[in-house]
Write a protein that binds this ligand. Structure first.
Ligand SMILES: [Zn+2]
Length: 161
């Protein structure tokens, strides 16, 4: 069976930045493989494109340009926020506002974003909300472990059970 729309794909991979010599960002091994429903918009489209037509035991290796992955880092995603929004009952938790800390934040619409603290000033905190892999080309190398039909229920739910 080959990978196509609405198949459940099990795979392993090693993700590096730039190319096959770049720093390892993530390693997914056979003991705890990655399983996903193919072709339903859960994954980066270019990632899926490279797996199209592969079958169990096939190997893959490809690089996604940052434009096809998490995009370029933008200035707009770097924001100055007033310090008082970090207060809980009038106090800012000690050790919270430290350069490099990653803090989960929520906007007015309830969407959640992770922000990295870049600078802590008197009144404001500069935070970077760019995806950690924005601006990076991503190099994937791995193996297809299994390809199977999705169940009717999995297709209805849009995810693997
Ligand atoms: Zn479900």
């Amino acid at each position: 069976m080959t990978i196509s729309k609405e198949k459940v794909v099990t795979l392993t991979y090693e993700l590096r930045v730039d190319d096959n010599k770049g720093d390892v960002v993530e390693t997914v091994k056979e003991e705890k493989p990655f399983v996903f429903l193919y072709g339903v918009g859960l994954m980066l489209p270019k990632f899926e494109e490279h797996l199209d037509g592969l079958k169990a035991t096939d190997k893959f290796e490809f690089t996604l340009k940052c434009e096809d992955a998490y995009g370029l880092a933008t200035e707009e995603a770097v924001m100055d926020l007033p310090k008082n929004i970090f207060e809980v009952e009038g106090e800012i938790e000690e050790g919270l506002l430290v350069e490099g800390n990653v803090i989960p934040m929520q906007n007015d619409d309830g969407n959640k974003f992770n922000g990295v603290i870049m600078e802590v000033g008197e009144e404001n905190v500069k935070m970077d909300f760019n995806h950690p892999l924005a601006g990076d080309n991503l190099h994937f190398a791995g193996n297809i472990i299994e390809v199977r039909e999705a169940t009717k229920e999995e297709i209805e739910h849009g995810h693997v059970h």
